[in-house]
Design a protein. Structure first.
Length: 268
């Protein structure tokens, strides 16, 4: 078993788009399509889905089994605890967090962050491509040692730290050795939204899959999506109103290393 474990956290509950991980994409549930994309990364790792013990998340377990991916179940609201529980269950020394609302995550982004973490040779406790961001929103990859994950699970007390798993690290740059992997070229984090949180996001993701997905072929990558959007701006327009909107907006009074310039407010 690989010492590196990629954890895809997934639940059926969602206040803005309930059941989004089960929405259909080219004949398969969104979660299954995302897991296929994660598996296309070339870096060796084990993969699991981390969901809750709620009965409604039995469907998540069924989708993971459809994709041939093992499952860890834990507390519905303590994502930090779920990641640590998965690390213990699978004997991981390195844990990678990729949320299930990233169905267009580029396998190359996963490889880039994992390679940078490995090259650091233990010189980093935590690395991501998010702090500061430069990739299109929805290419979230965060990697940390199981050792510091243990520390976070033991010491983190704020609700946002338990819910979002990793702020405990990047909010303490003097304590933890932090790394960031920037995308080459323009910063697309505020202009290109590939995540899924609203109905418009689903319409966007579905349109991208319908245009680019080929069953049985290697998954399309970020450059393929950018070329598609350049040639078909009507697809980019589907969820453009939500570009730059992220979860930070709810916690600006609590976060020290993230400010109002890093997010937009909800669009009405």
């Amino acid at each position: 078993m690989s010492e590196t474990l990629v954890v895809v956290q997934a639940r059926m509950g969602s206040s803005r788009l309930p059941g989004k991980v089960a929405l259909p994409l080219c004949g398969a549930p969104l979660l299954v399509r995302m897991l296929q994309r994660v598996r296309a990364a070339t870096t060796p790792f084990a993969l699991c889905v981390a969901t809750s013990t709620l009965p409604e998340d039995d469907e998540v377990v069924a989708m993971a089994r459809e994709a041939g991916v093992p499952v860890f179940r834990g507390d519905a609201h303590d994502c930090l605890g779920r990641h640590l529980g998965a690390a213990h269950a699978f004997g991981a020394r390195v844990v990678v967090k990729i949320p299930s609302d990233c169905p267009l995550v580029d396998p190359a982004a996963i490889d880039a962050v994992l390679a940078a973490f490995a090259v650091a040779g233990g010189g980093w406790d935590f690395a991501s491509n998010l702090h500061p961001p430069s990739w299109p929103d929805g290419n979230d990859v965060e990697v940390m040692s199981a050792e510091v994950l243990e520390i976070a699970a033991r010491e983190a007390t704020r609700a946002l730290e338990r819910e979002h798993t990793t702020p405990f690290f990047w909010e303490q740059p003097a304590r933890f050795r932090l790394g960031n992997v920037r995308r080459r070229g323009l910063d697309l984090s505020r202009t290109h939204r590939f995540t899924i949180d609203y109905p418009e996001d689903y319409r966007f993701v579905r349109a991208v899959f319908e245009a680019l997905h080929r069953e049985g072929q290697p998954p399309f990558g970020l450059e393929d999506i950018l070329e598609l959007l350049a040639s078909r701006p009507e697809i980019a327009a589907l969820n453009a109103r939500w570009a730059g909107v992220n979860w930070y907006r709810h916690h600006l009074d609590e976060l020290r290393t993230v400010g109002a310039a890093d997010t937009r407010a909800d669009v009405t």
